[in-house]
Design a protein around this ligand. Structure first.
Ligand code: ATP
Length: 320
């Protein structure tokens, strides 16, 4: 009987549970035995490995977080640490491993395949959308919708008090959450790490909006841009509106996954199991132009491309 394991690693994201459920059900359906590894690579190293049953994954498709828990283990960059962790898997006769996480987690999966022949398959699970080889990562759509909800609420109070809001959103070095929440949320401006933006230009937009009779401004700032409080201070030297900073923080990572993320997680989870069944490893699955695709794990970081310039132009064109 083929034995496979699943782990979640790095920052959690909505839809990780949906993916765990899909992998477990699909694998059991194909006659495989499934193991869950708690706390990512840390649990793999510390032998926190136990069987995962249909009952364990019952009722979790719509739950945020991850029932397998997540952790970071920087020591996994050390080949000796990886060898110990790989030996734990082999002890159970496990030769397939589904890793749900971001590009850091994919690095670990890549080395486990290259160094120890473990058939690793990566499912991109992160709200940041910073993985190449997939148009969307699992959790991104849910986080985007959480940000949109927050922007709508902030617009209400911003208007009442005629304020400028700087809304900091997550994404690490990727500006996708900021850019697309700005477009979908009708923001007055956006700052992302991939594009040079000037505080002077932002100040001009605010002044023009106020001269036109507009009562509020919502500026979305990606966390990768830098310190949003310093940005507020710089902006305050240039405009005379009341400015507030709202940092959305980890709220963006919680709650029920959207239908989009659930369907994505399920399709990718089932494909991951099929690939292991086909004796393949060292691969990632993704969604590109509506099709489920596979690439080598290294594709995820070697082909990462910066935010869309055309969409950045659109966001700014509509800021006034
Ligand atoms: P997110 O960006 O959403 O938090 P991620 O998977 O990129 O997800 P990281 O913290 O970068 O998150 O990586 C998760 C774990 O993957 C690390 O704690 C470490 O155990 C492992 N990892 C990261 N980079 C490497 C690497 N270069 N080599 C081996 N393992 C790595």
């Amino acid at each position: 009987m083929k034995k496979i394991a699943i782990l979640t690693s790095g920052g959690d994201s909505q839809g990780m549970n949906t993916a765990i459920r899909a992998v477990t059900k699909a694998a059991i359906n194909k006659g495989m035995k499934v193991y869950g590894i708690k706390r990512g690579y840390k649990g793999m190293l510390e032998d926190q490995i136990s069987p995962l049953t249909l009952l364990d994954v019952s009722g979790i498709a719509d739950k945020g977080g991850t029932i397998l828990l997540s952790a970071r283990l920087p020591e996994f960059k050390d080949p000796e640490v990886r060898a110990k962790a790989a030996a734990n898997l082999k002890k159970y006769g496990i030769d397939g491993l589904v890793v749900i996480g971001g590009d850091g987690s994919f690095h670990g999966a890549h080395y486990l395949y290259e160094e120890h022949g473990i058939k690793t398959i990566g499912i991109p699970g992160t709200i940041d959308n910073d993985v190449a080889g997939t148009d969307y990562t699992v959790g991104y759509d849910t986080a985007l919708n959480i940000i949109l909800d927050a922007i709508s609420k902030l617009k209400d109070t911003a208007t009442s008090h005629e304020r400028t809001y700087l809304v900091e959103v997550m994404g690490r070095n990727c500006g996708d959450l900021a850019l697309y929440s700005a477009i979908a949320g009708g923001a007055s401006g956006v700052m992302i790490p991939e594009k040079e933006s000037s505080i002077d230009d932002l100040a001009e937009v605010i002044k023009k909006r106020r001269a036109d009779g507009k009562l509020y401004d919502i500026i979305v700032v990606a966390e990768g841009v830098g310190n949003v409080v310093q940005l507020k201070e710089e902006l305050a030297k240039r405009v005379n509106t009341s400015i507030r900073v709202t940092i959305l923080g980890h709220i963006q990572r919680g709650g029920a996954p959207t239908a989009f993320d659930r369907i994505l997680a399920t399709r990718l989870g089932v494909r991951a199991v099929e690939l292991i069944e086909e004796e393949k490893g060292g691969l990632m699955v993704g969604i590109q132009s509506e099709e489920v695709t596979t690439h080598k794990l290294s594709y995820a970081w070697e082909n990462y491309s910066k935010a869309s310039s055309a969409d950045y132009v659109i966001a700014n064109m509509l800021s006034l």
